[in-house]
Design a protein around this ligand. Structure first.
Ligand SMILES: *Cc1c(COP(=O)(O)O)cnc(C)c1O
Length: 405
C-alpha cells in the first residue's frame, strides 16, 4: 500500500487529507530502493540519456532535473510538502529566510517601483528595504502594521508590493490580512506576508487573500535550531518568476537542509500546539506577577489583536513579551538571573529562548522608533519552547527573585 506513494497517479489518496497528514506524507517520491525515510540527493548535477534529452531538459521542453541550483529532488519534496500545508500552488526553497525575501523583491520589483512595509518586520528585512532597495531606485514607506489608513495613505501610483509580518515581533500586534489584501489589490500591488511566527499550522495567509507567503524555515519549520533555510510560496505564475531568480542568481536551498526541514514538518502541528499551550499558560501566569507592567500576547482577551487573531489564526503562537517595572536595568537583571532559558535572539526552537529586544534585535532603532513600535526599555521577549511549563515558570521565578533584592 505504501508503495503507492511513489506512483504519481496515486496522489489522489492524499487529496483532501488534513494538514497533520500532509505534513508527514506530502512530497514523497520514493526511489527504487524503497527507503521509508526520504532520501537525500547530494548531487550537484544530473546525467542525461542522450543529447536530445539534454537539449529538451535545458530548454524546459521536458521536465526533470538539470543542476541542483535549479532543482533537486530533496528540495522538491520539501517544497511540495510546504506548499500543500500553505495551500499554495508552488513553493520555492531558498538558502535562508532573508534570501527568500530578496528573491521576492528581485522577482517583482524594478527601478522606480515603491513598497509599503510594516514598521515591525524582522531587523534584516528592514535593512534590505532601507539600504539595498533604495540603491536600485526602489522607494519604501514604513507604516504602522495595524493602521489601515496609514497603509492607504502611503500608496503611490508606483506601489507594487505590500509587505508585513503578523503577528508582529515582539509585541504581537495582529494585521488584518483580508483587509490588507483588498487594499493591495485595489492599489495594483501584491501582498507579501512573512508567516514565520504562525507557520501554516496556525495561519494560511494565501487563503486570506495574500499573494505571496515568505518563510524563514530556520525557525519553527525546522523547530530545533539546526539549519538556515527559507521559502517563497504563491501562484504558479508568480513562483515561476521567483524560481527563475533563485536558479539564476543562486540562493538555492541545500538538499541536506531540505531533508532536515522535511523531518521538521512531520512534527510541526504537534510542536505548534505545544508552543501555543505553553505560551498561553505562561502569559496568564506572568500577568499575575507584581513586577510585570504588561504582557503582550494575542491569546490574552485584553490584547488589542485578540479578536482578529481568533478569526484568522488557529492558535496564538509561541512568542510573547512582557514589560517589567524598572526599565532596562530590571530587564537585564531578570534575564541574567535565568538559567534554563537560552539567552539568544533565535526563536521557533524546542528550547525556550529569552532576549532583551531594546538592546539586541531592535538595538539599531532610534529610541523614538522603538517607542513607535512599543518596545519599552523594560520589555523582555520569550519564545516559549517545549520544556515542561513548570520548569519555565521556575526559571522566570529566578528572574523575579533577582528583581526583589
Ligand atoms: C529569522 C527571520 C527571518 C530571516 O530568516 P533567516 O533564515 O535568518 O534568513 C525573516 N523573517 C522573520 C519573521 C524571522 O524571524
Amino acid at each position: 500500500m505504501t508503495s503507492d506513494e511513489s506512483d504519481p497517479t496515486a496522489e489522489h489518496w492524499l487529496s483532501g487529507a488534513r494538514a497533520e497528514t500532509l505534513a508527514i506524507r506530502a512530497g514523497i517520491d520514493r526511489t527504487a530502493h524503497g527507503e521509508h525515510s526520504e532520501a537525500i540527493f547530494t548531487t550537484s548535477s544530473y546525467v542525461f540519456d542522450s543529447c536530445a534529452e539534454a537539449a529538451a531538459r535545458f530548454s524546459g521542453e521536458q521536465g526533470g532535473n538539470v543542476y541542483s541550483r535549479y532543482t533537486n529532488p530533496t528540495v522538491t519534496a520539501f517544497e511540495q510538502r510546504l506548499a500543500s500545508l500553505e495551500g499554495a500552488e508552488v513553493a520555492v526553497g531558498t538558502a535562508s529566510g532573508m534570501s527568500a525575501i530578496l528573491a521576492t523583491c528581485m522577482a517583482f520589483l524594478q527601478t522606480g517601483d515603491h513598497v509599503v512595509c510594516s514598521r515591525d518586520v524582522f531587523g534584516s528585512t528592514v535593512g534590505l528595504f532601507e539600504k539595498y532597495l533604495p540603491r536600485m531606485g526602489i522607494g519604501v514607506s514604513f507604516v504602522s502594521l495595524g493602521d489601515l489608513e496609514a497603509w492607504r495613505a502611503a500608496v503611490t501610483p508606483a506601489t507594487r508590493l505590500f509587505y508585513c509580518e503578523t503577528p508582529s515581533n515582539p509585541i504581537c500586534e495582529v494585521a488584518d490580512v483580508e483587509a490588507l489584501s483588498a487594499l493591495a489589490r485595489a492599489s495594483g500591488a501584491r501582498l507579501v506576508v512573512d508567516n514565520c511566527f504562525c507557520t501554516p499550522a496556525l495561519q494560511q495567509p494565501l487563503a486570506l487573500g495574500a499573494d505571496v507567503v515568505i518563510h524563514s524555515a530556520t525557525k519553527y519549520l525546522d523547530g530545533q535550531g539546526r539549519m538556515l533555510g527559507g521559502a517563497v510560496l504563491g501562484s504558479g505564475e508568480d513562483m515561476a518568476e521567483v524560481r527563475n531568480m533563485v536558479r539564476t542568481c543562486g540562493p538555492s536551498m541545500s538538499p541536506f537542509n531540505a531533508w532536515v526541514f522535511l523531518k521538521g514538518l512531520e512534527t510541526l502541528s504537534l510542536r505548534m500546539s505545544g508552543h501555543c499551550r505553553n505560551a498561553l499558560d505562561l502569559a496568564h501566569w506572568l500577568q499575575q506577577q507584581a513586577a510585570v507592567v504588561k504582557v503582550h500576547y494575542a491569546g490574552l482577551p485584553e490584547h488589542p489583536g485578540h479578536h482578529l487573531a481568533r478569526r484568522q489564526q488557529q492558535g496564538f503562537g509561541g512568542v510573547l513579551s512582557f514589560e517589567l517595572q524598572g526599565g532596562q536595568e530590571a530587564a537585564w537583571r531578570f534575564i541574567d538571573a535565568t538559567a534554563l532559558m537560552s539567552l539568544t535572539a533565535n526563536l521557533g526552537d524546542a528550547k525556550t529562548t529569552i532576549v532583551h529586544p531594546a538592546t539586541t534585535t531592535h538595538g539599531r532603532l532610534s529610541a523614538q522608533q522603538r517607542e513607535l513600535s512599543g518596545i519599552a526599555p523594560g520589555l523582555v521577549r520569550i519564545a516559549v519552547g517545549l520544556e515542561h511549563l513548570e520548569d519555565i515558570k521556575a526559571d522566570c521565578e529566578r528572574g523575579f527573585s533577582a528583581l526583589a533584592v
